[in-house]
Design a binder for this molecule. Structure first.
Ligand SMILES: N[C@H](CCC[C@H](N)C(=O)O)C(=O)O
Length: 262
């Protein structure tokens, strides 16, 4: 069989995007892992199906590069919004449904403004925080981010005694650059590697920086793949709403992949 796909990236977090409004994509963990493989397949951090959803412009179904169905993906969400716009499903603003619920988004020229799920609490543990921004995120503040061994240290926390048994976590290392800017590097669960950028992770780090350091919205966040912004409204400590992840989402190419022996 053949699979028609598009490839999108948001600050270097890259996704295979499939128009699956007919729901004919053969969802299979091994197939998705194969398509995401950077040597044998198309290559991506994740695969996203765009499907129809009653009362919404579309549904986003996200899978990590290992083929497992993931929790929410912020950069993937921004890319899906751009894909939906390219398909003509909306012009400027949209409302869609994902695994963590309803999302609104606005497409500007370059940027997608994606409304993220509200956050109801942050767990503190010394220099570390843990919060859920649609996906679980461990956040730790460091002084020299370039010297962090993101993969080794990330793996230890992701598979460690605390988070390993509860399904693991994404792991973010944050350096404060100045009073409104952060630099974030992320070890991503499900990719099991450092990615160039992680949208739910960047969001978690911005909220954590507000909580710990009173950094005000909007916060600029540098990642290996480019720059994002996070705006939010803060209420009681650890509680946030009107959270927006803002940044570019770009179509890279489209193609047809031939899968034998399915
Ligand atoms: N790259 C994604 C995060 C995916 C979350 C996934 N790694 C998981 O928790 O299973 C983002 O931009 O938000």
């Amino acid at each position: 069989m053949t699979i028609t796909f598009s490839k999108y990236q948001g600050t270097g977090n890259d996704f295979i995007m499939i128009d699956d409004r007919t729901e004919q994509f053969p969802v299979d963990k091994n197939l998705i892992a194969f398509l995401c493989h950077r040597r044998f397949g198309i290559g991506a951090d994740g695969l996203i199906l765009l499907r129809n959803a009653e009362n919404y412009d579309f549904r986003m179904v996200y899978f990590n590069a290992d083929g497992g169905e993931g929790s929410m993906c912020g950069n993937g969400g921004r890319c899906t919004v751009r894909f939906a716009q390219d398909l003509g499903l909306f012009e400027e603003s949209t409302t869609f449904i994902a695994v963590d619920g309803e999302h609104k988004a606005v497409a500007c020229e370059e940027e997608i403004f994606l409304n993220m799920s509200d956050v109801s609490g942050i767990q503190h543990d010394g220099n570390n925080d843990f919060l859920n921004t649609g996906s679980p995120h461990f956040v730790t503040f460091v002084n020299d981010i370039e010297s962090v061994e993101v993969v080794n240290e990330g793996k230890n926390i992701r598979y460690g005694d605390v988070y390993g048994p509860i399904g693991g976590t994404n792991v973010n290392f944050v350096e404060v650059l100045n009073n409104d800017s952060l630099y974030v590097r992320t070890y991503e669960r499900g990719v099991e590697d450092e990615t160039y950028s992680c949208g739910t992770g960047v969001t978690a780090c911005a909220l954590s920086a507000h909580d710990r350091l009173q950094m005000e919205s909007p916060i600029n966040v540098k990642t290996r793949g480019g720059n994002l912004r996070v705006s939010f409204a803060a209420h009681e400590p650890g509680k946030f709403d009107s959270i927006y992840l803002i940044g570019p989402a770009i179509k890279v190419f489209e193609g047809v992949f031939k899968v034998d022996d399915l």
